[in-house]
Design a protein around this ligand. Structure first.
Ligand code: SF4
Length: 348
């Protein structure tokens, strides 16, 4: 794993992103922002699941005006996602949002007003370059898509820097994994603005998880990236779960969590291991403990293969053994495996 690239630290509400701060997990609501109650309810669920920064779409004035109510009801920084309309950006900031996602080049002369207000309120701006909607002028440069994305980011950055504004974060998302990697790498060689990682339009959970794990995992292992969002067509709670799993699998998770090791099952399995592993995973998903739990299908191999785990079970016929660090503690009947394992974990 390469040393993390040193970026500037930017404050987003109470969260610091960049520098040596933990990689912050972001997600985006799927509710209608104008429906503040539904949006708050979804954000509260995201918060509980470990989301650290949340973004909402602000398509119109009514949505912008709902931001104040939403902001007051939640505990994580709120980001307003705005396209083109400078008035919505001003309204969103007046409602107390913690960050704007807006591309300065799309705003025109009024960008000065946005920057002045953002500076006064210490609100950072994320420039979000999207490979799929790259400006015509960048495509016409014929420098390739990754360099075109970099040039687009540079154009937007220049506008902000010309206004003496440097509270900037940048994303260079594409739905193509290699293109995203290339664009982020090219950017990080030139700039030290913190990077928001993501593979955009990554698709349904299976494809989004694989694409994000490869793209974001590769970048993070190469020291690139300060915050991330996993884009999934589906429940944003899945985005947070996948983000946590991704960070934990490369040792970059910021909060303690239970790591579950489960065997794939085979012809030796004599209990319903998938059901047990699913129940254990669901029960421990939001438990903040730095322990590992093994859920293994058979005693023959399970205890040995799970011996690095702090605690675990290995199945037999209608029963399982409970073990700690590879040492068998006792036998449990199949019906009580999940409850007894959870009870033991609670005591740890
Ligand atoms: Fe099969 Fe046992 Fe290995 Fe699970 S632990 S895959 S049941 S041999």
């Amino acid at each position: 794993m390469k040393k993390r690239r040193l970026t500037r630290t930017i404050r987003i509400g109470h969260i610091r992103v960049g520098g040596s701060h933990p990689i912050a997990i972001q997600s985006m609501t799927t509710t209608d922002t104008r429906d503040s109650l539904a949006t708050i309810a979804q954000i509260k669920k995201l918060e509980a699941a470990g989301c650290e920064i949340v973004r909402v779409a602000v398509p119109d004035e009514q949505a912008a005006l709902a931001l104040g109510t939403i902001k007051k009801a939640i505990d994580i920084p709120l980001v307003a996602d705005i396209h083109f309309d400078y008035r919505l950006a001003l309204l969103a900031m007046a409602q107390g949002v913690d960050k704007l996602r807006i591309n300065p080049g799309n705003i025109g002369a009024k960008i000065g007003e946005i920057v002045a207000m953002a500076r006064e309120r210490a609100i950072p701006i994320r420039i979000g370059v999207n490979g799929g909607s790259l400006e015509k002028e960048m495509l016409e440069k014929n420098i390739g898509l990754a360099q075109g994305m970099l040039a687009s980011a540079e154009k937007h950055i220049q506008i902000l820097e010309d206004l003496n504004f440097d509270q900037i974060l940048v994303s260079l998302k594409a739905s193509d994994v290699r293109l995203s990697i290339e664009a982020y790498q090219a950017f990080s060689e030139k700039y030290d603005y913190p990077l928001h990682l993501g593979i955009t339009e990554a698709g349904l959970p299976r494809s989004a998880t694989v694409k994000s794990a490869i793209g974001l995992g590769y970048l993070l292992l190469n020291g690139i990236g300060d915050t991330l969002r996993i884009s999934i067509t589906g429940d944003p709670l899945d985005e947070v779960a996948v983000a946590q799993e991704l960070l934990a699998s490369i040792g970059l998770e910021s909060r303690k969590r239970v790591k579950i090791i489960a065997c794939p099952t085979c012809g030796r399995t004599e209990i319903d291991l998938i059901k047990i592993a699913t129940a254990v995973d669901a029960a421990l998903r939001n438990v903040e403990k730095d322990i590992s739990v093994a859920v293994m299908g058979c005693i023959v191999n399970g205890v040995g293969e799970g011996k690095q785990a702090d605690i675990g079970i290995a199945g037999g016929k209608n029963k399982a053994v409970l073990f700690k660090k590879g040492e068998i503690i006792r036998t449990i009947g199949e019906a009580d495996i999940v409850s007894e394992l959870l009870l033991e974990i609670e005591k740890m």
